[in-house]
Design a binder for this molecule. Structure first.
Ligand code: DC
Length: 222
């Protein structure tokens, strides 16, 4: 793959973007960036500083000055905020609850998107998020939008939570997922939607291997 090649994968909460994106990146020998991590890092720091999440300019100021780094480790990439490894905290229930609100703030997005683009210029990459094909890498040759029914996504999210030692309630997980979908798709700035030229894959009933193979086929044909 040439240094300019990028694969953009978008989709709603628990549509399988991260698992699929990581595996596609591994097989094609490119880097992987889960852009949700950048919004989660800003959210975690905002919660730590006890910022008012209704105060857009404070959140924007934080996003403009925060030091976020992604560094490779033996067990995968680690996220550092102000030099501290926060990888394990980024998926906490508190961050889950607040991140859609923080990422809907235009000033936060304006601060974060250029950093994501800069990473994409450093070599072949698979980038996953909500607005990669439509905004961040709108010139990408390979765009994929992963979808799945809310029920299937809620079951997947519960399984992930159980694997990390939590005891999720399916109904509550489904409610939370629908709430986050609504905020992500209805926001004014860069709402979640498939790019016009994205391959849309409905992953209900498909295993990881089938989805990964479809994305790699699509990348080969593009
Ligand atoms: O994929 P995730 O659950 O880690 O994303 C966390 C939040 O960040 C999600 O509510 C939507 C937002 N997000 C975004 O707005 N744009 C992206 N490119 C990635 C994530």
């Amino acid at each position: 793959m040439s240094a300019s090649i990028a694969i953009a994968i978008d989709g709603p909460v628990a549509s399988g973007k991260t698992a699929v994106g990581k595996e596609v990146a591994r097989r094609l020998g490119c880097r992987f960036l889960d852009t949700g991590g950048t919004y989660r890092a800003v959210t975690l720091e905002a919660l730590r500083l006890q910022l008012d999440l209704d105060h857009d300019s404070r959140l924007t100021d934080l996003a403009e000055h925060i030091d976020i780094e992604l560094v490779g480790g033996p067990d995968g990439d680690r996220w550092l905020v102000e030099g501290v490894d926060v990888t394990d905290e980024l998926r906490s229930p508190e961050v889950d609850r607040a991140v859609s609100k923080v990422s809907a703030v235009s000033g936060v997005r304006a601060a974060v998107v250029p950093q994501q683009r800069r990473i994409a210029t450093q070599g072949p990459i698979v980038m996953v998020g909500r607005d990669i094909g439509t905004v961040v890498l709108h010139d990408a040759r390979v765009k994929v939008y992963l979808d799945a029914s809310p029920e299937v996504r809620a079951q997947r999210r519960c399984l992930e939570m159980e694997q990390s030692g939590q005891s999720p309630n399916l109904e509550r997980v489904l409610e939370d997922l629908l709430r986050r979908d609504r905020i992500d798709s209805e926001r004014d700035d860069s709402p979640l939607m498939p790019a016009d030229d994205a391959l849309i894959i409905d992953t209900d009933g498909l295993g990881l291997e089938q989805v990964v193979a479809s994305v790699i086929d699509h990348a080969g044909a593009a």
